[in-house]
Design a protein around this ligand. Structure first.
Ligand SMILES: Cc1cc2nc3c(=O)[nH]c(=O)nc-3n(C[C@H](O)[C@H](O)[C@H](O)COP(=O)(O)OP(=O)(O)OC[C@H]3O[C@@H](n4cnc5c(N)ncnc54)[C@H](O)[C@@H]3O)c2cc1C
Length: 292
């Protein structure tokens, strides 16, 4: 595991990324915990508040003339002589070009698209703001950490000194709720001096997993594109996919952002995805526990 991590660091260093290897003592100093054997930091990285980011993107788009209709699911999508006809509970419209960007929430709007990904509930929690005496101990330099467990843990502080942590997931929303308890124990083990951990916020949502762990772009029909399957890492990737999809629609595609158009491949036995996710998670947890 440590060898893989070193290789990853070396790969990025060879690409002249601003990365540095962290020996256990420096890692322990940054994260207030000595349990990791080593790690690396990408100094180009950082964190965003994703809801503020999404709102900022929407505001920028609206400033350029886009209209946003939230809480308006498209119920049907059909090609007509005049273009694509989209129907919602609140009204209908006809569009020359359509992009489906529904990721883990993909439903049956376009035949079988939902069967190309496995939706998984991902979970995150936020503590109350940490006391001033603790903030400096755990990622006080603004670092965003994720580890190499198969069911990885990731955490950081937000701008108010709350500790945000994610990790684990479930095929079902009811299972996602159970993950909160695991996160509480994890935070307690990292920060025993913080005492009883209360969450100010806890939330979950669906991410979309693909068999190859890459995002997929599909040209489903002329004038109909889809980009999905960000495997829980879509904040940056989905933004980039948005640009690639828009450039493709506007025929302003840039060669450096070339992205393959994949034939949609519905997963066999997709109806058994819940059991498959549950079994895979259990196996991964077992391996993580064995390897420490
Ligand atoms: C708890 C949690 C933690 C995460 N942490 C990270 C992280 O640390 N880093 C990271 O990079 N990513 C993270 N992610 C993943 C990230 O949020 C997603 O990859 C990203 O939101 C994908 O963006 P998207 O626009 O493709 O899809 P989404 O943000 O899922 O948006 C899809 C939208 O499509 C809408 N929709 C669905 N069907 C229809 C329809 N028929 N008509 C109209 N609208 C429809 C849905 O309502 C939804 O608003 C996390 C996700 C969760 C849930």
């Amino acid at each position: 595991m440590l060898g893989d991590l070193r290789k990853r660091h070396q790969d990025w260093a060879q690409r002249r990324a601003n990365v540095a290897w962290l020996e256990p003592d420096e890692l322990a100093q940054r994260m207030g915990d000595g349990r990791y054997l080593g790690g690396w930091i990408d100094k180009r990285g950082g964190g965003v508040q994703p809801l503020s980011y999404a709102r900022g993107l929407a505001r920028a788009a609206m400033g350029l003339g886009a209209r946003v209709h939230g809480s308006t699911p498209v119920r049907s999508l059909n090609q007509t002589a005049n273009g694509w006809r989209l129907e919602t509970a609140n009204g209908a419209l006809t569009a020359g070009k359509v992009i489906l960007a529904t990721n883990g929430y993909t439903d049956g709007l376009w035949p079988k698209l939902e069967h190309t990904v496995v939706p998984v509930f991902s979970v995150q929690v936020a503590t109350a703001p940490l006391g001033e005496n603790i903030r400096g101990k755990i990622l006080g330099g603004g670092e965003v950490l994720s580890d190499t467990h198969r069911v990885l843990w990731y955490f950081r502080q937000d701008g108010h000194g709350r500790l945000l942590m994610g990790g684990g997931g479930s095929a079902y929303e009811s299972g996602a709720v159970k993950v909160y308890e695991g996160l509480r124990q994890r935070i307690h083990s990292l920060l025993p001096e913080a005492g009883e951990i209360d969450f100010e916020y806890a939330w979950n949502g669906k991410v979309a997993i693909t068999p190859d762990h890459y995002p997929h772009l599909h040209e489903l029909a002329p004038g109909l594109l889809a980009g999905l399957g960000f495997n829980g890492r879509g904040v940056a990737m989905a933004t980039m996919m948005g640009k690639i999809l828009a450039d493709r629609m506007l025929e302003t595609a840039q060669p450096e952002f070339e992205f393959p158009n994949m034939t949609p491949r519905p997963l066999p036995l997709h109806f058994m995805r819940g059991a498959a996710v549950t079994a895979t998670r259990a196996y991964y947890r077992f391996r993580d526990a064995l390897e420490g």
